[in-house]
Design a protein around this ligand. Structure first.
Ligand code: KG4
Ligand code: ZN
Length: 346
């Protein structure tokens, strides 16, 4: 097909991002992906402060766009469309991105393409690995936890998801309980090195139910109790305790994700996909033991395991540009009435 180049913008949570992707005879390529985090801005508040995030997005979006175009060696005039996350997410941030994209579209006359942030994550393995539909997707981040089949760029079937916390949220809260830094996932993974994952028998919630739904909030409570029991008994946590608690907690999350994914694979395979594949997205997909468990699961089931590079698993704008490119190719564009949506299920 013809070569298409898209600029993408992302500002739905605490990262401001812009990227340029291209699809052509040589296959898809990420020409640039610029991400400006806001971690320092929100440090000390115990979470993302929506008002601060929205203002910071508005301030740095233009600069991200300039940097992404420059890094890609592409002029705005050579782009075929402007894709932007239109939801779901923190409404102030989403609005900042949508307004910036509308400004660029109005100034250039280029098509404006609103993208669902979750669709961006879910379509990433097509950008990075050229994955064909239908594939199974495990989306595990700080805000999301879903198992879905991706049947087309605009057709998703949800097989299950969390009924309470997302696993990244559990890692982050768990790290706080153990006195470890944020983001909690990498901190717990590091602290768990050499820890005894069997010392604490943390629950594996919902495994008694046959569906693909998951739960992580009880795990956090179990970690709190185990920690408090140790503190009450001996006045504090030793390094050994911290490692064992982290390892046991991480193993519980790994087991729940692996078992529910195993069930999702079974449901997915019933549809006889020609080239069965499981792809992951979201920050939690960077976790070594979780990746190892999923890899083993896929090998056993005869399903390809596809893990995009970590920088494209976490929030970025290349995934938004790519999802926009797929929409544009299908003739799906938006106009100046494009709205920012705080909630927008796939
Ligand atoms: O996808 P992401 O960058 O942002 C969104 O939530 O949208 O995911 C961030 C989450 C955080 O909760 C972080 O603790 C978790 O991903 N995370 C990890 C690891 N690296 C990041 N969790 C477990 N193990 C990791 N190595
Ligand atoms: Zn995300």
């Amino acid at each position: 097909g013809r070569t298409i180049t898209l600029l993408g913008l992302e500002s739905s949570c605490d990262d401001t991002a812009a990227a340029v992707v291209r699809d052509g005879p040589g296959g898809p390529a990420t020409l640039s992906s610029v991400v400006r985090g806001q971690a320092a801005l929100h440090a000390g508040f115990g979470g993302v402060v929506p008002e601060l995030a929205a203002r910071a997005h508005a301030e740095v979006l233009d600069h991200c766009v300039e940097a992404a175009l420059e890094e890609a060696g592409v002029a705005l005039a050579d782009v075929d469309g402007i894709a932007v996350t239109a939801g779901p997410g923190l409404i102030g941030g989403v609005l900042s991105g949508v307004m910036c994209a509308k400004g660029l579209a109005a100034a250039t006359g280029l098509p404006l393409i609103g993208v669902n942030h979750l669709a961006g994550h879910a379509l990433t393995p097509r950008l990075t690995d050229g994955l064909a539909f239908p594939y199974l997707m495990l989306l595990v981040s700080g805000g999301h936890c879903q198992l879905l089949t991706v049947e087309a760029h605009d057709r998703f079937r949800r097989l299950g998801g969390t009924i309470d916390d997302a696993p990244g949220e559990a890692f982050d809260k768990g790290a706080r309980l153990l006195g470890l830094p944020q983001p909690g996932g990498p901190a717990i993974e590091a602290a768990a090195q050499g820890g005894d994952a069997e010392r604490f028998a943390f629950p594996r919630p919902l495994l008694d139910r046959p569906d693909c739904d998951l739960s992580f909030s009880g795990l956090k409570t179990a970690l709190l109790r185990a920690r408090d029991a140790l503190v009450a008994g001996q006045g504090g946590l030793t390094g050994r305790d911290q490692a064992d608690l982290a390892a046991s907690f991480q193993a519980a999350i790994r087991d729940v994700l692996a078992e529910k994914t195993r069930r999702a694979i079974r449901v997915y395979l019933e549809t006889n996909p020609p080239r069965p594949a499981l792809a992951v997205a979201g920050g939690v997909a960077a976790n070594g033991p979780i990746r190892a468990a999923l890899t083993a699961l896929c090998a056993e089931a005869g399903v390809a395991f596809v893990a995009p590079p970590p920088a494209l698993c976490t929030d970025n704008a290349a995934m938004i540009a790519w999802a926009g490119l797929e929409r544009l190719r299908a003739g799906q564009t938006d106009d100046m009435t494009l709205a920012a949506r705080p909630r927008w299920p796939l």
